[in-house]
Design a protein. Structure first.
Length: 277
């Protein structure tokens, strides 16, 4: 029997319009996992929000987090397969951001394995709206102290949220260096804003999922997504699945378009595929 790895994006894909995993989807995925199905999520989120959202859903495969910059073993609460931005590249990024007048959230993994997010400038309203609901999460700590220069060694991500007119020139300047993985896409809750994520070169959901396939012993990949940052993962899938509410480019690239995220469409497709493939 061909072993299939099912990997789904979260926001706008697995999560419903209330931004949680419905009871029905959770039940389907848990039952499939107990029956031996290999199911996980690949997301730009950190474990701080992934773990609570998936708490009632049984899976056996590590989560792909931070757009593939790391994997997180929810059984041991440990990061592994982490891709850090080289310290010299961090200094270059600081200069580019300063020129653009944008102050990113800097994600740093400290020596104890805690994810610490630095931001020591006054926040814009968009940045405050991002920070406030995440300010007391168990697996992520925000600090408004300036990051010490020696801590450049363990930076995973620079994250920004701002209007398109500010983000797009910065994203282009960072891409032009050829030294980073850059993900730039609309915020699904505030479409007039763009999210900019900058990782070390080679980081993507696709590359992380390929490594996960090998470690899980899977020969077939079914991937689900809705937004532009899901395209690399969908491109490598044996079956690329877009939800009905996906970005038009994502639906054009998919092999199959299923129902919307709010109708348990991802879990129902997994159920049908697992027992009929």
């Amino acid at each position: 029997m061909t072993r299939t790895l099912y990997v789904t994006d979260m926001d706008g894909t697995l999560l419903n319009n209330g931004s949680f995993v419905s009871n029905r989807s959770s039940s389907i995925i848990s039952d499939l996992s107990h029956d031996g199905a290999l199911i996980t999520v690949a997301t730009a989120r950190t474990p701080a929000t992934v773990v609570p959202l998936m708490e009632g859903t049984f899976t056996t495969v590590p989560f792909v987090v931070l757009t593939g910059a790391a994997m997180f073993d929810h059984a041991t609460s440990a990061y592994h397969d982490v891709s850090y931005i080289p310290p010299d590249d961090c200094e270059l990024l600081k200069s580019l951001y300063a020129d653009a007048g944008i102050h990113p959230f800097v994600y740093h993994l400290d020596g104890s394995g805690e994810l610490v997010v630095y931001h020591h400038y006054d926040m814009t309203q968009a940045e405050r709206d991002f920070y406030t609901p995440r300010s007391n999460l168990r697996l992520k700590r925000f600090t408004f102290e300036k990051m010490a220069s020696g801590e450049n060694n363990n930076v995973l991500l620079l994250f920004s949220i701002a209007p398109k007119r500010a983000i797009l020139p910065l994203a282009d300047a960072i891409r032009a260096t050829g030294r980073f993985s850059v993900s730039c896409y609309p915020d699904i809750f505030m479409p007039d804003l763009l999210i900019l994520e900058v990782y070390s070169a080679g980081v993507s959901k696709a590359n992380a999922v390929m490594r996960l396939m090998e470690s899980a012993g899977a020969q077939r990949l079914v991937a689900f997504g809705d937004n532009l940052n899901d395209l690399p993962m969908l491109d490598i899938a044996d079956v690329a699945v877009a939800v009905a509410n996906a970005h038009p480019h994502v639906k054009e690239s998919a092999d199959i378009v299923i129902g919307p995220n709010y109708d348990d469409s991802v879990a129902r497709f997994m159920l049908h595929d697992y027992y009929n493939h």
